[in-house]
Write a protein that binds this ligand. Structure first.
Ligand code: FMN
Length: 302
């Protein structure tokens, strides 16, 4: 059964993508997952120079989720091109590079460095990380600045540009509308939800940074609602994510309006999650005499 999709001009063998920051930068999961079977992989956020990330502790489990404040620790885009991209090319994986910056100019620089690299299919502009002081969601919460970042990136690249939105806003549709107008070829959402965990014994936050970003099943209902809202607002394709742990979850996002889905936190529990979803989607479509195209956005009114 054919479950390939055209995502803003990129042909993916299936609609299931590894979410940024949860699947390494290249073949770290190679022993556990047949990476070539995935629709695409997304790298960890990459900046123009290496970033150290936040102090520890920066990860805490909560009911139904995980709060992290990794703070976009990364080796920098040039090392990624030298060390990781050749491995991804050898795997014949479709590659989305998640990019970050502390200024609009830095985002544009990363996009520019990647522009001529074979094997990079798209850049995903992370204007939504809640765990850094400059850049990240401070860009993504303001529709005008979000649009400026996307426009600056578009100017520097011929690659497909995906804008990754934050849920930490009142009106996600407005941000989606503005980034589409600025030239985003696709939209992905949601990044993590700003959150906190307190240790009653020490009376301290369980994270060194005080707050972090919540991911996993706990955020799924919020993510679904936002994917639906955005699908009612924009024409560009949507990659839906946030708490997807099984096939049913993935189907719900597609019915709500996504063309593709990404899986993050669930991979930590079971690295086979994405492969299982890919196989089971085929069965579901066959059993229900549906295609992905028909399923996408097929939510019925009550
Ligand atoms: C440990 C960790 C690191 C992450 N790093 C990034 C990142 O570098 N860039 C980004 O855009 N999103 C990052 N995310 C957000 C995920 O890509 C995803 O949007 C979010 O976790 C919701 O999906 P999930 O519930 O399936 O994990 C990270 C999430 C986690 C848990």
């Amino acid at each position: 059964m054919d479950i390939s999709i055209d995502l803003a001009g990129i042909k993916l063998n299936n609609p299931v993508i590894a979410a940024a920051g949860t699947f390494g930068n290249s073949d770290e999961y190679g022993q556990l997952v047949n990476i070539s079977l995935l629709g695409a992989v997304t790298t960890k956020g990459l900046s123009i120079e290496p970033w150290k990330g936040n102090p520890y502790p920066r990860m805490v489990e909560t009911v139904g989720g995980l709060i992290n404040s990794v703070g976009l620790q990364n080796k920098g885009v040039k090392d990624f091109i030298a060390d990781d991209l050749p491995l991804l090319r050898a795997l014949d994986a479709k590659v989305i590079v998640n990019i970050v910056g502390k200024t609009i100019e830095e985002y544009a620089q990363v996009a520019s460095v990647l522009d001529n690299e074979v094997g990079v299919d798209a850049v995903e502009v992370n204007i939504s990380c809640p765990n850094i002081k400059k850049g990240g969601s401070s860009f993504g919460t303001d529709p005008k600045i979000a649009a400026q970042v996307v426009a600056a990136v578009k100017k520097k690249t011929k690659k497909v540009v995906i804008a990754k939105l934050t849920p930490n806003v009142t009106d996600v549709s407005e941000v989606a509308k503005q980034v589409e107008l600025a030239g985003a070829d696709a939209i992905s959402l949601i990044n993590t939800v700003k959150a906190m965990s307190v240790d009653a014994d020490t009376r301290q936050s369980k994270l060194a940074t005080l707050y972090g970003g919540l991911s996993g099943p706990a955020v799924k209902p919020i993510a679904l609602r936002m994917v639906h809202e955005v699908s009612q607002t924009v024409k560009v394709p949507i990659i839906g994510m946030g708490g997807i742990s099984n096939t049913k979850d993935a189907l719900e996002f597609i019915i709500a309006g996504a063309q593709a889905v990404a899986v993050g936190t669930a991979t930590f529990n079971n690295p086979q999650t994405m492969i299982n979803i890919i196989n089971d989607i085929k069965d579901y479509l066959k059993d229900n005499d549906l295609t992905l195209k028909k399923l996408s956005g097929s939510l019925k009114s009550n």
